[in-house]
Design a protein around this ligand. Structure first.
Ligand code: MG
Length: 278
């Protein structure tokens, strides 16, 4: 069952999305050499509290923190701690969420710590982010869920291969419905699977978190003994980008982007829906 939202509910999700955007801005600024991932978690906790929102990550399945901090070969679900000190040249994916009046937002980005990153890493993050936008541009009435998967995978496969060989599109994790809970049906693959069918038709009120995860090597991952931290099997570095998106009668609204996705969607010839809070 896919939860279809009313415009009023989408407006609440927009409020939550803007809290997530504020967490992103603050943690991006704080992700500098010498900071610990615990420091970033503190920053996120404060921003969520200042907005009178609640964390959906803290306590989720026993998760002990407010954000996920995934450094270098960690793909997703890294746990912030005092031991992990960010170094010049690292890349970090920060995943954050917030709840406003019962409605959820969830988004992630990859940041470069310090300077001097190899062009291959910069391109990895760009390809991952852009594949997310290609997926978001496919959120339109009449499309099926698989059209989002196809857009994400298609974008990645069309890019020049990295020197390491090829991009690994992580298969063990994917996007998800979002709304009155953080993780809801349907599950969204970041690639097309013949086994999975086309998925539901997209209609106004459909909300989805779109989150490609891409590595410079394998698509295979494993989980550390802490039961959370997900690493690539070959230790290749990876990137993770995510936005929560609502389909409205006026088109897609990127709930967790400050401009609602207007600028990036325009590059795809798509007009973002008007911001219900504007
Ligand atoms: Mg998510």
């Amino acid at each position: 069952m896919v939860e279809i939202k009313t415009p009023e509910q989408i407006a609440k999700m927009r409020e939550a999305g803007l809290v997530v955007a504020a967490v992103h801005a603050a943690t991006r600024e704080a992700a500098v050499p010498g900071a610990t991932t615990k420091d970033l978690d503190e920053v996120a906790r404060k921003v969520i509290a200042e907005h009178g929102a609640k964390s959906n990550f803290l306590g989720y399945g026993g998760f002990p923190a407010t954000i996920c901090t995934s450094v270098n070969e960690v793909v997703v679900h890294g746990i912030p701690d005092e031991k992990t000190v960010l170094k010049d040249g690292d890349i970090i994916s920060i995943d954050a969420g917030a709840i406003v009046e019962g409605w959820h937002g969830d988004a992630a980005f990859t940041a470069f710590v310090g300077t001097g990153h190899a062009p291959e890493l910069i391109e990895l993050s760009r390809v991952t982010e852009e594949s997310m936008w290609a997926g978001i541009a496919a959120v339109r009435t009449g499309n099926r869920l698989v059209d989002i998967s196809k857009a994400i995978e298609g974008y990645i496969r069309r890019q020049p291969r990295p020197a390491s060989g090829k991009y690994g599109i992580i298969e063990d994790y994917g996007g998800h419905g979002i709304g009155s809970e953080m993780h809801m049906d349907p599950h969204l693959l970041n690639y097309v699977s013949r086994k999975r069918g086309k998925g539901p038709k997209l209609v106004p009120g459909f909300c989805i978190a779109i989150e490609p995860m891409v590595s410079l090597g394998t698509a295979k991952t494993h989980v550390l003994a802490d039961d959370w931290t997900v690493l690539t099997d070959d230790k290749s570095w990876s990137s993770h980008w995510e936005h929560s998106v609502a389909l409205t009668e006026q088109g897609p609204l990127v709930l967790t982007a400050v401009d609602g996705g207007r600028a990036k969607l325009a590059e795809y010839g798509v007009t973002a829906a008007p911001d219900p809070l504007a």
